[in-house]
Design a protein. Structure first.
Length: 155
């Protein structure tokens, strides 16, 4: 079997950033998958599950209510727990969604109140949430992204 593209990225050289993971095209439709890498793989601890679950709830809620809501296909965590995927309609680059991602981070960081979708009738694991740790990881990610603007995978 061929290795999938994401396994060809040197994760030992990968740092937090916003990368194009893949572009898929069928007919005139292009879907871009972004790698929102929150931690440095294999060098920093992975995002703990309650925080990652909260990031998923908060980010998905924000994106699906944003000015780009019609472009959003999916937001969700990576299995390795070092980041999340943002899947959007369009032939896009990180620069095209940078402001949206920063706004999403600011929304999570400033959010107070009940976590959207964190009720037993709305989520299959509603009680495993941690807003304070989600804010910690997202603040760290946002600050690093703003300072370093890593948009290209390492060679």
């Amino acid at each position: 079997m061929e290795r999938i593209a994401s396994f060809t990225i040197n994760h030992l050289e990968l740092f937090p950033g916003l990368y194009v993971s893949r572009r898929d095209k069928r007919g005139d439709c292009v879907i871009t998958t972004f790698d929102m890498r929150i931690t440095a793989p294999n060098r920093e601890p992975v995002v703990d599950m309650p925080a990652l679950h909260t990031i998923e709830h908060m980010a998905a809620t924000y994106l699906r209510n944003s000015s780009r809501k019609d472009d959003i296909v999916y937001f969700g965590p990576m299995g390795c727990r070092t980041g999340c995927y943002i899947v959007m309609f369009g032939d896009l680059n990180p620069e095209d969604i940078y402001d949206l991602v920063i706004e999403m981070c600011d929304f999570i960081i400033s959010y107070e109140g009940e976590i959207p979708g964190a009720q037993p009738d709305q989520c299959g694991n509603y009680s495993e949430q941690n807003l304070n740790m989600a804010k910690y990881y997202i603040r760290k990610y946002r600050d690093d992204l703003m300072e370093n603007k890593r948009f290209t995978y390492p060679e």
